[in-house]
Design a protein around this ligand. Sequence first.
Ligand code: FES
Ligand SMILES: [Fe+2]
Length: 366
Amino acid sequence: MFVSEIPALRGYWYPVAYSSDISDKPRGVRLLGDDYVVWRGADGKLGCAVDECPHRAARLSQGWLDNGDLVCPYHGWAFHTSGACVRIPQNDDDKPVPPRARALSVLVDERYGLVWVCVGMPGADIPDLPEAEDPNFVVMHEIMEVWDTSAPRVIDNALDIAHVAWTHRNTVGDSSAPKFESYEINRDGHKLSARISYRARLTDAMRANTGLTGDHTIRVTNSELVQPFVYKDVMEYENGLRHVLFKTATPVDDHHTLFCQFIARNDAPDEKKRAGIIALDREIQSEDKVLLKNIRPEFPLEIQTEMHTRSDRMTVEYRKILAELAHENSNVTPDSAWARPFLQAARENTAARARPDQRENEKTPK
Ligand code: FES
Ligand SMILES: [Fe+2]
């Protein structure tokens, strides 16, 4: 499936920028295949609208701000954050602005230092992420960049704890310990959670970041699907440290994702420690980014399309959740329609080759 095939996904809020990036200039953002403009009004509140002037379709994001009103670069119409046009310079001053002269506004809000946008009818609120607002935790923003992959691939990767031992073998993974010590998973509607413990490698960078000693630790990870494209993980360490990871995957379009990662820590790290934590987390995510770039962006919803193991239970449930959202109202292409012809041919050849062997086996007396 592609994100654009599931209308229900338009009813969620997605981060599009850091709040601090929206100040004295309008900013163009792309979400679910469409372009929008975000700007900050004179009262400090944000506006967001389709990035197209209602007059002659100019890109409003190419304009500028005049006392918080967004000025179109083509003929100078000015728009309040509500979307209402407040000035048409070509008209006489005493002539009221026609009510139809409006930028097409969409919902926008701010939380956790991020600008969130919902372009559809909201079916959910901006997610609650308690540690990100808990005074006992320090929040650090780490990554906000567009990845060449689809949003479900990003979240699938986050929910997939088994990949850590392999994809991150050069940073925090330990490929000599690929099995989980324990694995409990829970599903509540469209939310998922799992408590998993596994052996993790302690490199110099990890020892500096965590304050732990030795070569290994048992990391307990409380992995959570908060919304279809919002993931949270409370990582527990034996010394009481909590490293809380928040990942959001904003669907820019079916093939691109604005990946955002921020963390909350309960150890009040100083500047030096913060820099080390951020550097390591960025390195880990760059390992995922390289891997995901080369995975097809289509996301399988039919469970038989791929193979699954016991450790894939979270990601199997994720497929089921997205399939349920798709079922609500959509026209999702069946996985078989996008399977590459050579894969299909290879499957058929393999099956044909297996047949004579099977016949041989059947002849073998038991
Ligand atoms: S196109 Fe925007 S004012 Fe004319
Ligand atoms: Fe990863």
